[in-house]
Design a protein around this ligand. Structure first.
Ligand SMILES: [Zn+2]
Length: 83
């Protein structure tokens, strides 16, 4: 039992995670990482979190000014009477 030491396939998948989420891996590497994610719940979970962070960031970038922020800006604008 060696739950403390990370087996090499996990270390490799972890190293590839950023590039995998960014779709920056070669077809060969994607196959290796996907095969590992398929039978390693630890890395699959890690990938899910990584992908979630990416999609949140992407949404935040696609929506540069959320309604709440716009409301807040309008309120500040009203206060300073600039419009
Ligand atoms: Zn793993």
């Amino acid at each position: 039992m060696s739950a403390e030491t990370r087996p090499e396939p996990c270390a490799h998948a972890e190293r590839c995670m950023q590039a995998y989420v960014d779709r920056a891996l070669s077809v060969e590497e994607v196959r290796v990482v996907e095969a590992h994610l398929a039978d390693c719940p630890t890395c699959a979970r890690c990938y899910t979190l990584e992908a979630e962070v990416r999609s949140v960031v992407r949404e935040a970038c696609a929506e540069p000014c959320p309604e709440s922020l716009r409301r807040e800006l309008r309120r500040i604008c009203d206060d300073c009477d600039c419009e």
